[in-house]
Each structure stands twice: as C-alpha cells, then as structure tokens.
Design a protein around this ligand. Structure first.
Ligand code: PAF
Length: 273
C-alpha cells in the first residue's frame, strides 16, 4: 500500500486507471470504515482511501482541533482491508489558496445543517475536490451520514460526475450503537446510555411500519425520552426517504433521522422504515 500526500503524485499513481474505487474519510477509523474499504475493493481497483480532517466542514467551537489524528493506525487498518493507496494531503495541499468558490447544496440548512451552519457546504466542497483529484469510478459512503449521502448523490447527479455512488449499511456495536469516530469521546457512563438512541429509533420505526402516521407525535416522544435521560436533542425528524422532505400523507417509504448530544459528544443516527 502506498501513502501519498501530494495531489501530483496521486495523479501520477492513478493515471490511466478507469475503475478506481474510492473511500473518503477523516481518519480515526473504526470497523465501519474498514467495511467501506472492503466494499470498495469488491467494486473496483485500485482502492483509494483519503484521510483528511476538513476544516471547512467544522463550525466555530466544534471538534476540529481535538478530532483524533491517527494516521499510522488508520493506514494499518486500510492495508489489512486491501486498500492500495492512502491519500492524506495536508491542509495546504488541499487548500493551496483560500477556497472562495464553494458548493451550495440543497437541504444544507436543514436537519444537521440547521445546527451546523456551513457544514454541508464544506463537505460538498471537499468531496468535489477529492473526486477531481482521485477521479474514481466508484465512491463508497455509509448510510449513517444519511443527509451527507443524500447531498453527495445530488452533487454527482447534478454536476454529471461519472461516478457510481455505492451506499453502505450502518455498522453497529452489539448493543446497537452506530459506529462513529466520535464514540471515542463518550465517557463510560455515556457509552452505557448511548444505545438508547437506536432503541428509540427502532421502536419509532416499528410504529410507522404498523401504520402510525402521527409523525409529530413520534418525533416528540423520541425527543422527550432522550431529554429525560440527559440528552440535548438537536432534532428528531421523520422524512420522506427519497426526498428528505417532510412526508406527505400518501408516502410509504420513510426515514427517521436524529441528532442529539450526550455530554460533549454529538451523535447522529437514522432508521429506514
Ligand atoms: O463522512 C466523512 O468522514 C466526511 O464528511 C467526508 C465525506 C470524508 C468529507 O470530509
């Protein structure tokens, strides 16, 4: 496996490749990321993973500075998962000049975007840059970041990028907690509490599958249960799964999305129903 820091070297290494499979990450990898790399390897070769903690997608007061940088351990995991190239640019390589063009995605001000202004502009901008650098045929993203995946699928469609977006199911711990690099911030007590999020989502999804259509009631119930157990809730929202808009009365495919904080840790999760 090659570790590459410079765009020019990456371009040279990938010149002529037409079936590259790409996994963009911010590092601090866990089993969910490893699964993404394995899925990538089943789609195309070479497999490229990027590791870049993107300052553009962090707001003031967020965890950009304390986001764990674990390049060596990340490379070992990616190599074991069959990755051919790790692309780890530094911030000057990624942004050699101030990034004055940016991408304005639809829905960027809703759900997570309402609580993290500028976040999805930053994500879409860096992913577009990474796509141009790597020029992959396949790009693999996890469904845990469902709004991100939705926005990036729109980016690929609307800018006619010749990339197949591969969606990967959320990987969970045995107790249901979605794997996330940020789980490492949880104290032992918070880690015990954290699986409540997915338990509540599953119960809410069961109600919808059984025919319940009082979405506001479901959202309130989940939010109240979390608040009662010490969480600070950003949002709980039932949406149309295909559009991510508020569901209409005839809709049949839904997704429940949630973001809430336990102590300093902001967790997100979702369930399709
Ligand atoms: O999901 C992430 O890890 C990041 O948002 C991404 C897609 C690598 C862009 O920085």
């Amino acid at each position: 496996m090659r570790l590459i820091h410079a765009v020019a070297e990456l371009r040279e290494a990938l010149s002529g490749q037409r079936e590259t499979a790409f996994v963009p990450t911010m590092g601090n990898l866990h089993a969910g990321h490893v699964a993404l790399a394995e899925i990538a390897a089943r789609h195309g070769r070479p497999v490229v993973a990027s590791i870049f903690v993107n300052p553009l997608q962090f707001g003031a007061g967020e965890d950009f500075n304390r986001y764990p940088r674990t390049l060596q351990a990340d490379c070992a995991q990616l190599e074991a998962a069959g990755t051919d190239i790790v692309f780890a640019p530094d911030v000057h390589e990624m942004y050699p000049e101030p990034q004055t063009f940016s991408v304005e995605p639809p829905l960027a001000g809703e759900l997570c975007g309402a609580h993290r202004p500028g976040h999805f502009q930053g994500v879409a901008t860096v992913v577009l840059k990474l796509f141009n650098m790597v020029q992959p045929r396949y790009a693999v993203f996890g469904k845990k970041d469902y709004q991100q995946l939705f926005i990036l699928k729109g980016l690929v469609r609307q800018f006619n990028l010749p990339i197949v977006m591969v969606e990967a199911e959320t990987r969970r711990a045995d107790d249901g907690l979605a794997l996330s690099s940020r789980n490492g911030y949880l104290t032992a007590g918070e880690r015990t509490e954290a699986p409540r999020l997915y338990r509540l989502l599953r119960a809410a999804a069961d109600r919808i599958i059984a025919g319940e259509r009082n979405f506001a009631g479901i959202e309130d119930h989940v939010a109240r249960e979390l608040t009662d157990h010490g969480w600070i809730v950003d949002y709980v929202s039932v949406r149309n799964r295909a559009t991510l808009l508020a569901p209409g009365t005839d809709d049949e495919r839904f997704i429940i999305l949630v973001a809430a904080r336990l102590g300093i840790t902001r967790l997100i999760d979702n369930i399709e129903c």
